[in-house]
Design a binder for this molecule. Structure first.
Ligand SMILES: NC(=O)c1ccc[n+]([C@@H]2O[C@H](COP(=O)([O-])OP(=O)(O)OC[C@H]3O[C@@H](n4cnc5c(N)ncnc54)[C@H](OP(=O)(O)O)[C@@H]3O)[C@@H](O)[C@H]2O)c1
Length: 241
C-alpha cells in the first residue's frame, strides 16, 4: 500500500512567524494552493494585517492569525490544542520564527544567548513534541525548518545565532531518523538560505545586491512539498549567486 497523501486543499498548516518576511511568503503560497494556514507569532497587529491582506487576495478565509510566544511552553500547548480541536489535523508545521542577537564571542550575554536559543531552537523542540503525535496518529505530515547559511558556517558577528541554527539542523536530522525508524509518514525539510530580501517582497521589486527575492523561498517550499511522499529534499541551500 502506498503512503497516505492529501491535496493541499485538505491540509492545515501552522507557520510560526507567518505574519512577516519569509513566513508570510510561505503562508501566502500555501493558502493559494488551498491549505488553511494558521500564522502564529507575538505581534497581533502584524498577523491580523497579513491575514486580512492574503485573504482579500484569495477572496476567502484561509489564513488565521494566532498570537503566541514561542518561548512560552504554555502558549505552544494552547496553539497546538486549539488548531487541532478546530480542524482535527495538523499537516504542515513550518518552524520559521527566529531572531539574531548580534553579540560577538567576547560580548555574549546570558540573556542574549538564552533569547536566541529559546526562540530558534527550544521552541521548535516544544512545537514538534506537541505536533508530531497528531501527525503520527493521522499518518501524514511535513515539518519544515528554517535554518540558515549560518547553520552551516560560523560568522563572528552572530555566534549565538549560528549555534542555534547549527543546532536546529542537528535536531532536524535526529527527528528525520526518528520518523524513519518508527515508520512515520512525516518528511522533514530544512531551508538553509543566504540573504533573503524581506524588505522588497512585492513581485515587481528587485532584491538588493547579494539577496534573493523572497518569492524564491515560497516557490521552493511548494516544489519540495509536492514531491512524492517517499522523497525528502533534506537541506535546501539557497543563495544569490
Ligand atoms: N531574511 C534572511 O536573510 C534570512 C536568512 C536565513 C535565515 N533566515 C531565517 O528566516 C526566518 C524568518 O526570518 P525573516 O527574514 O522572514 O525575518 P522576520 O520577518 O523578522 O521573521 C521572523 C519572525 O519570527 C517571529 N518571532 C520572533 N520571535 C518570536 C517569538 N518569541 N515567538 C513567536 N514568533 C517569534 C517574528 O514575529 P513576531 O515579532 O510577531 O513574534 C517574525 O515574524 C528566521 O528564522 C531567520 O533566522 C532569514
Amino acid at each position: 500500500m502506498g503512503l497516505k497523501n492529501k491535496p493541499f486543499s485538505d491540509q492545515i498548516a501552522i507557520v510560526t512567524g507567518g505574519g512577516s518576511g519569509i513566513g508570510r511568503a510561505f503562508s501566502e503560497a500555501l493558502a493559494f494552493a488551498g491549505a488553511k494556514v494558521v500564522i502564529a507569532s507575538r505581534r497581533a497587529d502584524v498577523l491580523r494585517r497579513a491575514a486580512d491582506e492574503i485573504n482579500a487576495k484569495l477572496g476567502g478565509e484561509r489564513v488565521f492569525p494566532y498570537e503566541f510566544d514561542i518561548r512560552d511552553p504554555g502558549k505552544i500547548e494552547d496553539l497546538v490544542t486549539d488548531v487541532f480541536s478546530r480542524w482535527q489535523s495538523i499537516d504542515v508545521l513550518i518552524n520559521n520564527s527566529g531572531l539574531a542577537v548580534p553579540e560577538t564571542v567576547e560580548e555574549i550575554t546570558d540573556e542574549g544567548w538564552d533569547t536566541v536559543m529559546e526562540t530558534n531552537l527550544r521552541g521548535v523542540m516544544h512545537l514538534v513534541r506537541k505536533v508530531l503525535p497528531h501527525m503520527r496518529a493521522n499518518e501524514f505530515g511535513d515539518i519544515v525548518n528554517v535554518s540558515s547559511q549560518a547553520g552551516k558556517h560560523g560568522y563572528a558577528d552572530v555566534p549565538s545565532y549560528c549555534a542555534s541554527k547549527f543546532g536546529l539542523l542537528g535536531y532536524a536530522e535526529a527527528l528525520r531518523d526518528h520518523v524513519r525508524k518508527n515508520g512515520i509518514n512525516v518528511r522533514v525539510f530544512n531551508f538553509c538560505p543566504g540573504l533573503v530580501d524581506v524588505e522588497n517582497p512585492k513581485a515587481d521589486q528587485v532584491p538588493r545586491d547579494g539577496f534573493i527575492h523572497v518569492a524564491n523561498m515560497a516557490r521552493t517550499l511548494m516544489y519540495a512539498l509536492s514531491l512524492d511522499r517517499s522523497v525528502v529534499l533534506e537541506d535546501i541551500n539557497i543563495y544569490a549567486r
